[in-house]
Design a protein around this ligand. Structure first.
Ligand SMILES: O=C(O)CCC(=O)C(=O)O
Ligand SMILES: [Fe+2]
Length: 330
């Protein structure tokens, strides 16, 4: 007898089926795409991005134009944010992808909360959710500048996909319009807690459960010495064999999200990823990462050209995915 899945969206049913299993790792090449001299090399870069995104679903960007000092400043601010007292952070509880949460994100793949805290910045929803200048001087300005820089890189990559998909070049830029109150792209700071000694061999202690992202494109920043990210290419979902993506401060790791998979009739592949616990002998301290999620504005209609997926607004789509992850927090 089969049990009906509680999830309406195919993506969520797939996540639930993925489960927490699979510890095998397979070395796969992670394509690195050099964005230098972008305007002159646009055609060549577009071909490389397309190949990486259609064959694998994840890739890394080098020479993306964001200075290393700015990435390091964002991480320094993130550490200061998470070092604030719990009661201070609790003034900014998460709602609609904005604010702070701790131990509350339950991925359908694992059914247990990720052992992390995170703080999401979704600009039009941030009233009352930023630390004050007294609490954390310079935080808001540094984070907004970092989001601006990440957005610009994300839009460049998406403009290449627009060319290949037969949309006009600015199609995705218009769909991620920061100037409107329907904007819902999110900058997310993540802090995975240090691993307590008594849980180091417990299977139900999960740093980050397997999932695909809800958005169009994710830009992920990792720190040297704080690895753990593993990916499983979209086409090889059933194999559940994971490939580590070691941190490199100079690179941005990208993956395609489910919005773009729908928008491209599955030509661009979203991919599963997770954050595994450190293995015995590895660094057991905290892990910080930063993700920028290019999420289409709430009123953008994600219509799959062939009609494979029924049209849905990006607002409704995201709400459905968030509800499945945070009970009653959307
Ligand atoms: O922390 C990481 O490396 C991954 C984070 C992630 O996958 C997410 O927040 O969706
Ligand atoms: Fe993710």
């Amino acid at each position: 007898m089969t049990t009906a899945s509680p999830y309406v969206l195919e993506e969520l049913r797939k996540e639930a089926r993925m489960g927490a299993a699979g510890s095998e790792t397979t070395a796969r090449p992670v394509p690195v795409i050099d964005l230098s001299d972008f305007d002159a090399r646009r055609d060549e870069i577009t071909e490389q991005l397309w190949r990486a995104a259609t064959e694998v679903g994840f890739f890394q960007l080098s020479h993306h134009g964001i200075p290393l000092a700015q990435v390091r400043e964002a991480f320094a601010m993130s550490e200061r944010f998470f070092a604030l007292p719990r009661e201070t952070k609790a003034q900014w509880p998460i709602a609609r992808n904005a604010g702070w949460e701790s131990l509350s994100q339950v991925r359908p793949s694992t059914g247990v909360p990720d052992q992390k805290e995170s703080y999401q910045m979704t600009r039009p929803r941030m009233a009352g959710l930023y630390p004050s200048e007294a609490e954390l001087p310079g935080f808001k300005a540094a984070m907004q500048a970092f989001e601006d820089a990440s957005w610009a890189v994300g839009m460049r990559v998406l403009s290449c996909f627009a060319d290949k998909l037969g949309f006009d070049r600015d199609f995705f830029t218009r769909a991620h319009d920061m100037g409107r109150d329907t904007y819902q792209s999110t900058l997310r700071l993540l802090h995975y807690y240090p691993i307590p000694t008594d849980v180091q061999d417990k299977l139900d202690y999960v740093r980050g459960g397997a999932h695909t992202d809800f958005n169009c494109l994710t830009l992920l920043y990792q720190r040297e010495g704080q690895g753990g990210l593993q990916v499983c290419p979209g086409k090889e979902f059933e194999a559940r064999a994971w490939t580590p993506v070691p941190p490199d401060e100079a690179l941005i790791t990208c993956n395609i999200g489910d919005m773009l998979m729908r928008w491209s009739d599955d030509r661009l592949l979203s991919n599963f990823h997770r954050v595994r616990n450190p293995l015995p002998g590895e660094y057991m301290g905290g892990r910080y990462s930063i993700a920028f999620f290019c999420q289409a504005n709430t009123d953008a209609v994600i219509a799959s050209p062939s009609g494979k997926y029924p049209p849905i607004t990006a607002g409704d789509y995201l709400a459905e995915r968030m509800k499945a992850n945070y009970q009653k927090k959307y």
